[in-house]
Design a binder for this molecule. Structure first.
Ligand SMILES: Cc1cc2nc3c(=O)[nH]c(=O)nc-3n(C[C@H](O)[C@H](O)[C@H](O)COP(=O)(O)OP(=O)(O)OC[C@H]3O[C@@H](n4cnc5c(N)ncnc54)[C@H](O)[C@@H]3O)c2cc1C
Length: 439
């Protein structure tokens, strides 16, 4: 990885993609997002299934080669390039979360997870369709009583000969009504051992026994979120990701069921989303004249713009570093949690700062700023919340070992690093400063 001034760090695909920005921006244009979000607002599940426009968008993205960026060439993709995928997500998010979110679910979450966890047959069948843009996924992890604590999922899947019978409720399942499959996290064994006995199963939302109920939310209306009730739904056993090996798995961030690379995908949209807003605010500050001069002449505005640029630059570096590590198949649990903590914070703070630069136009409906603030407020909540990222960073980095807070025998498997054996007693006490500040 190398860094160029004013450009993303380049991988092969990132460089190629830079040439496609214009097409990508046209595909995810603002008017398109607005039309999309208006057509979905408050509609019943039947109407939500009208998904022609989104399929066309996916086909256009596939023609640009970006749907296959997480898919190895032998399965019809462009390669497995997580950094390149991040760049695409950033670019799509500049215009529309309604385009970026389904892209993330197909290419980033499902694509990467299938590469890591699926059987050879599943890879051959599904990855080619991911790369061609013909498959859309929703993610069914959260439940009424399982938010950040995913190990508590109670949706059960039981094997019945060559089928699996599923019962339970998934909450906040975004895009379920328009997806081809819900990528559902289910319990396939007893729940006595936490983090174990879990599986991922592909559930078609049109299956008999599924009820989808839209949930009105503050933002992200273009990829509407839903409740999904599953009663005695039967799917072929071949829909269990990893088949036999995918039953009763570990739910672990560093390795295992949760493919580590998928973790890096999460927050790119936050960065792209806020970058576009900052660019708009910059242009507005140059144009808007008050007291006889453009407001960009006032130092208070200049400082806001400078701070936003710095924050966005830092967020980009944190994200690219995590993506780069994931690309190298290196452990990256700490770095991806850092990215998931930092980028949403930046997105939220930039959205609010931009809103103040736009003045009243940042607050009223029918201007982008209001929509962007609503979108930015979601980012710290989804993907297991800020607090959980902080917990992960502490637990998986050596901080925990220094404080003797980790029981290595039980935690070693998901630490995202191999700790040297240390105990609290063996840690040195911190140096105490004396009166003149020296040690
Ligand atoms: C618009 C929208 C779309 C969504 N789309 C999807 C989707 O497509 N698929 C999906 O599976 N889910 C989706 N979600 C759900 C989202 O991932 C969850 O909301 C998120 O994981 C947090 O869960 P929760 O809201 O139940 O909060 P809880 O887990 O109940 O947390 C509540 C509060 O407690 C804090 N907290 C929890 N545990 C700890 C801890 N150990 N230490 C410290 N603090 C803690 C949290 O930080 C938070 O402040 C979506 C949510 C929204 C709002």
């Amino acid at each position: 990885m190398h860094f160029e001034r004013s450009a993303p760090p380049s991988s092969r695909d990132a460089e190629l993609l830079t040439n496609s920005w214009t097409s990508l921006n046209r595909t995810a244009s603002a008017s398109y997002a607005a039309r999309w979000s208006a057509s979905l607002r408050g509609k019943c599940p039947g109407s939500l299934r009208r998904n022609g426009t989104r399929k066309i968008t996916f086909a256009e993205l596939a023609a640009l080669g970006v749907m296959g960026l997480t898919v190895p060439e032998k399965y019809g993709g462009a390669s497995r390039d997580i950094l390149g995928t991040m760049v695409v997500i950033e670019e799509l998010s500049r215009r529309s979360l309604a385009v970026a979110v389904p892209y993330i679910m197909a290419a980033s979450y499902a694509g990467m997870n299938l590469v890591e966890c699926a059987t050879e047959d599943q890879k051959r069948e599904l990855l080619a369709r991911v790369a061609s843009g013909s498959l859309m996924f929703a993610y069914g992890w959260t439940e009424p009583n399982a938010g950040a604590d995913l190990a508590s999922v109670t949706t059960r899947a039981k094997r019945v000969q060559d089928k699996v019978r599923i019962n339970g409720t998934k909450r906040f399942c975004s895009g379920a009504a328009i997806a081809d499959y819900i990528y559902a996290l289910v319990r396939t064994g007893p729940k006595d051992v936490r983090y174990k006995n879990l599986s991922l199963i592909l559930v078609p939302p049109t299956a008999v026994g599924i009820t989808i109920t839209p949930i009105e939310s503050l933002g992200m209306k273009g990829a509407a979120t839903t409740d999904v009730t599953v009663v005695d739904v039967e799917v072929p056993f071949t829909n269990v990701i990893g088949a036999e090996a995918g039953l009763e798995q570990w739910l672990v961030d560093g390795d295992g069921l949760w493919a580590r690379c998928g973790e890096a995908g999460g927050r790119r949209h936050g960065s792209g989303h806020s970058r576009r807003r900052a660019e708009d605010a910059w242009s507005y500050a140059l144009e808007r004249v008050q007291f006889g001069k453009a407001i960009s002449n006032y130092q208070s505005i200049q400082h806001k713009l400078a701070e936003m640029k710095t924050q966005l630059h830092a967020a980009r570096l944190v994200l690219y570093h995590a993506a780069w590590l994931a690309n190298q198949h290196q452990r990256c649990g700490v770095e991806t949690s850092m990215a998931k903590l930092f980028a949403p914070e930046v997105a939220k703070s930039v959205a609010l700062e931009c809103q103040t630069i736009f003045g009243a136009y940042g607050y009223v409906k029918n201007f982008d700023s209001e929509r962007d603030v609503r979108g930015a407020l979601l980012l710290p909540i989804i993907e297991r919340s800020w607090a959980v990222q902080r917990n992960n960073i502490f637990k998986w980095s050596k901080l925990a070992a220094w404080h003797g807070a980790i029981d290595f025998e039980t935690e070693r498997h998901d630490a995202g690093w191999i700790p040297a054996r240390r105990t609290a007693r063996s840690c040195r006490a911190p140096h105490r400063s004396n009166h003149d500040g020296s040690r």
